[in-house]
Design a protein around this ligand. Structure first.
Ligand SMILES: Cc1cc2nc3c(=O)[nH]c(=O)nc-3n(C[C@H](O)[C@H](O)[C@H](O)COP(=O)(O)O)c2cc1C
Length: 377
């Protein structure tokens, strides 16, 4: 389709982020490229997932996405012990914030917490959010066979870029502003993902129409992928016309058969419109587009205690919404999802999504070039 895609050994420059390995493998097999998000995974789990991808991508490439935030509480407090960091952070959550979350649980009829079941005793891991956990994740990724590594929250440190390049692994990074893109380009990354306001997960405030060309112009020869609000061929065509070499997608895969999304959540997404999402700090402590729920409304309420910094807010979110989920109080349980949710109104297979995007992209480019002609002379 273009040189960028062939440099990656893929047919279509459609990158698909997912926390679900089945989606990742299915996209790679369909000619795009899947990217596994390993945010909460411990190194042993990463090795298992990557081995599974080696065996299930039919020899096609796949990537891995790590978070590596620049500023988090553990970094600012010098917590460097991976084994102790979750406990140390848990002790920093103010009692008033816990009481506020408890009151919300009570209001929605969520019973008191059952005993913790997870290996680290908290029912979740802080792995990718912390410096200590993130370093272990990177080591595990570099041991495997991913074709590329992407950092989600800030330019990847130079030593990681160098270590990846030594292993023949390309490196990319997500940005939300042109000046971040320029800074990231200077670290030697192989590609940049311009993630706009419409996107699920951590976004800035700039919409795609303005962000994509501004990032393209800010980074010289470094190829740019467009992320945010892309789920159809027309949207892909627009992104390519704005200067992107491909697209990076996330939300659209949540309503695929392969996604593992809970059936009630899938049904809810199929009915949501773009205004049912909100950019809120209520999940992770940094602005993150997600479903609007009573949880987001409570933490965004100016009368409330406000959100904690990353990863303390994430720890509250993970603990309390998991409790709500186990009690079947689904209305409190959210998920990152972008404004493209308005078009996610039926459940399809991953390959259907890929082929529909590609077909509509080709039709759109043809229609536009046949409709537009400059006057002669
Ligand atoms: C459920 C979900 C979880 C996400 N988690 C991460 C993450 O851990 N790391 C990351 O770089 N991006 C994450 N994203 C963002 C995607 O990588 C992607 O940039 C974004 O979804 C693109 O915009 P779109 O949602 O409009 O397609 C997530 C997206 C979704 C839908």
């Amino acid at each position: 389709m273009n040189k960028f895609a062939s440099d990656f050994g893929i047919e279509y420059p459609i990158f698909a982020f997912s926390h679900c390995r089945d989606v990742v493998a299915a996209v790679s097999r369909a000619g795009g490229v899947g990217v596994l998000g390993i945010l909460a995974m411990q190194p042993e789990q990463i090795a298992i997932e990557m081995k599974w991808l080696d065996d299930n991508c039919a020899g096609k490439p796949y990537g891995v996405d790590v978070v590596i935030p620049v500023r988090t509480v553990d970094r600012e407090s010098g917590l460097t012990d991976a084994a102790a960091v979750t406990d140390d952070l848990a002790a920093m959550i103010p009692a008033g914030h816990r009481a506020y979350a408890e009151a919300l649980m009570e209001k929605f009829g969520v019973p008191p917490a059952p005993p913790a079941t997870h290996q680290d005793g908290h029912g979740f891991t802080t792995a990718g959010f912390t410096a200590a956990g993130g370093a272990q994740q990177i080591d595990a990724v570099l041991e495997g066979n991913a074709s590329f590594l992407v950092s989600a929250l800030g330019p990847p440190p130079a030593d990681i870029v160098e270590a990846a390049h030594r292993k023949g692994i390309k490196v990319g990074t997500l940005v939300g502003k042109p000046h971040q893109a320029a800074r990231s380009a200077a670290t030697g990354v192989d590609f940049i993902i311009a993630q706009s306001y419409e996107a699920a997960a951590h976004t800035g405030e700039i919409g795609s129409m303005v962000l994509i060309p501004d990032v393209v112009d800010a980074v010289g020869d470094v190829p740019v992928l467009a992320a945010g609000g892309i789920g159809t061929g027309r949207q892909m065509a627009a992104a390519m016309c704005l200067g992107a070499k491909g697209v990076w997608t996330g939300s659209i895969w949540l309503t695929t058969h392969e996604s593992g999304t809970d059936p009630w959540m899938m049904a809810r997404m199929c009915e949501m419109t773009s205004t049912d999402t909100v950019r809120s700090k209520a999940q992770t402590g940094k602005p993150n587009r997600q479903m609007r729920t009573p949880w987001t409304e409570a933490w965004d309420d100016p009368q409330g205690p406000g959100c904690l910094p990353m990863p303390l807010q994430y720890m509250l979110f993970a603990e309390y919404t998991d409790r709500a989920r186990r009690a079947g109080v689904n209305e409190l349980v959210g998920s990152p999802v972008g404004q493209i949710v308005s078009r996610m109104n039926r459940v399809r297979s991953v390959s259907e999504v890929v082929y529909e995007i590609v077909e509509e992209y080709a039709d759109t480019m043809q229609r536009v070039s046949s409709e537009f002609s400059l006057p002669e002379g």
